[in-house]
Write a protein that binds this ligand. Sequence first.
Ligand code: FES
Length: 168
Amino acid sequence: MILDFRKPLPASADRRWKIVQAEMRRHGYAPTGLIEVLHVVQDTFGYLDRDSLQSIAHSLRLPLSKVYGVATFYHDFKINPPGQHQCSVCTGSACYIQGVPELLERIEQELGVRPEETTADGKLHLSAVRCFGACGLALVAMFDDKIVGKLTQDELVARLKEMVHHDS
Ligand code: FES
């Protein structure tokens, strides 16, 4: 039996893995793309769990120990769950021109969190992602596992506040 090591192996059926797979494809599934791929996984999911590291190792044909070593060596990578709720804001071109820089400033002022950070109470982790592939729906964000498009800045901030205060 011939194994196709280039075939990507998603860590789950989560649709966000399409973003990761696109990044791996962009690097031709080469091991040299490891750091970029780790960044995309973290940006997309908020952290690097064991299943993700295994999937990356398989898809890039690297030993898991090497992938784990890189993920734990760099301070920027997190291997623990980052927060009770997660929001990923798209910063791709179509969304960016909807005022994403001002939006991120507003989120920082009103909720005290910047991209790749978790609120002090651990309730919300905010990520900035490159593109959800739904550019026609800009402004796009993902709230936990739900992608929402055609958002206004007010709607996005209101949803974040609801996430943070709902469980209080
Ligand atoms: S730029 Fe935001 S979904 Fe593509």
